[in-house]
Design a protein around this ligand. Structure first.
Ligand SMILES: [Fe+2]
Length: 182
């Protein structure tokens, strides 16, 4: 039987009941991205970059994320655990820690198709898609991604500011327009 969005959310929901939800979620997502084509079929074709909620509740958010080619999302935190699972393309994660005037770079990780990355509550990262194809992923969070206070940082000055999802949405729009014109 074909994989559905309900199956994907159900597997994440089941993982929340395990002893260590973040690790159980990572395991569940590793199984899912082992078949990228099944995920692509369940989630549908991607023509524009953006964030699409598949599930949202107080203890779990499941997002479908498509990073537009050339896009670079400024540093931000989540204040809850997160697991990223790629089923197409590549996203380049840069990590930071608080320090200096705002942030100090602290390594990075290139995440390719079929790879999964678990992030702890206090991680600060930025994400870039440097390739000429959409980077498509499931992003799963141990809480309500759309609610609560979070921070983002100006990519040039590293000045901290409250998270602004509208700014993120505009960044996607600009990247989509650039990509569609290119
Ligand atoms: Fe993030």
């Amino acid at each position: 039987m074909a994989l559905t969005v309900d199956d994907i959310v159900g597997r994440c929901r089941d993982a929340l009941g395990e002893t260590t939800p973040v690790l159980a979620t990572r395991d569940a997502l590793e199984q899912l991205v082992a078949s990228p084509s099944a995920l692509a079929e369940a989630l549908g074709p991607v023509e524009r970059g953006g964030i699409t909620p598949l599930h949202r509740s107080a203890d779990l958010t499941v997002l479908h994320v498509a990073w537009t080619p050339g896009m670079n999302l400024y540093p931000h935190d989540h204040r809850m655990w997160a697991v990223i699972a790629m089923y197409g393309g590549q996203e380049d994660n840069a990590f930071y820690r608080r320090g200096g005037p705002g942030l100090e770079p602290s390594g990075g990780r290139e995440l390719r198709t079929r790879e999964v990355l678990a992030l702890g509550d206090d991680v600060i990262h930025s994400v870039a898609n440097t390739r000429r194809e959409f980077a498509v992923a499931l992003h799963v969070y141990g809480g309500d991604f759309f609610n609560g206070e979070r921070s983002e940082w100006d990519p040039e000055t590293f000045e901290e500011r409250p998270r602004d999802l509208e700014r993120t949405r505009q960044l996607f729009e600009e990247a989509n327009d650039r990509w569609l014109r290119s």
